[in-house]
Design a protein around this ligand. Structure first.
Ligand code: UDP
Length: 239
């Protein structure tokens, strides 16, 4: 594994300086956390599988003309990415009611939404990532109106592309969280950043509605690695 100074260490990933100007290396760890780190466990091999699933999804999205920070997977745990300034917002897209929205609004988990719902959360662990409005994003300068317009459109496009991709694998894309950044080499350019994996999506088997994502860990529903391997295998990723 590449050894270099850590620029950032998060719950499930670590970022180090890349080999060339304006590049970074994103390293996938085996840690799983939930409820703002109140629950934590290490799953041997989770980082390897998420690295490959996220690579697959980023490559798929790139092939559909979505700009991303992803360059290439370097090895089992590391990806070469373009350096960007992360916009401190978690963009959540929902197709089916689950998780926090079910709890907050007293809605029945599993209810299909008439159209995708886009939500914004301010990325700040010390505040438990509070939900915010579009106006908050602009008022506090986390992104400007034109950036938000681009991000909203990209988020909905990503949702539609991934919904169809997973549907072909008999998986419902219930919801997911994505992040965006401004390229260090060209800050006007907004790209999809971070990762897309079962850590950041809700994925249900189309028939049984079995959960194939981090809810297995959050809710103690059985084997997390079994669920992630099932997703990788349905996507045709040899693990
Ligand atoms: N999510 C995430 N990171 C977060 C919060 C949410 O990846 O810090 C993902 C989560 O896995 C789910 C979606 O965003 O796919 C919506 O999450 P929700 O708001 O329901 O919160 P949860 O109850 O999962 O914390």
């Amino acid at each position: 594994m590449t050894s270099s100074k850590t620029l950032y260490e998060g719950k499930a990933k670590k970022i180090i300086i890349g080999p060339k100007k304006n590049t970074l290396i994103q390293i996938f760890k085996d840690d799983a956390t939930a409820y703002n780190k109140k629950k934590h466990k290490i799953f041997k091999g989770k980082g390897v599988i998420n690295n490959k699933i996220s690579e697959y999804i980023m490559e798929f999205l790139k092939s559909k003309k979505i700009p991303t920070h992803f360059e290439k997977r370097l090895n089992d745990r590391e990806q070469l990415i373009k350096k960007c300034q992360i916009i401190p917002i978690e963009f959540v897209v929902r197709n089916v009611i689950a998780g926090s929205i079910a709890k907050k609004l007293g809605l029945k988990e599993g209810t299909k939404l008439k159209k995708p719902l886009l939500e914004y959360y301010y990325k700040e662990d010390s505040l438990d990532d509070p939900m915010i409005s579009r106006d908050h994003v602009e008022t506090f300068g986390w992104a400007n109106r034109s950036e938000l317009k681009k991000i909203d459109a990209m988020s909905l496009k990503i949702n539609s592309l991934l919904t169809n991709l997973f549907k072909k694998k008999n998986i419902i894309l219930v919801d997911f969280k994505i992040e965006f950044g401004r390229l260090a080499s060209n800050p006007k350019k907004i790209v999809l950043a971070d990762e897309i994996s079962p850590d950041s999506c809700r994925l249900w088997d189309i028939k049984s509605k079995q959960k194939l994502d981090k809810d297995v860990f959050r809710r103690n529903l059985g084997s997390l690695m079994g669920a992630y391997e099932e997703v990788a295998s349905r996507l045709g990723i040899v693990h």
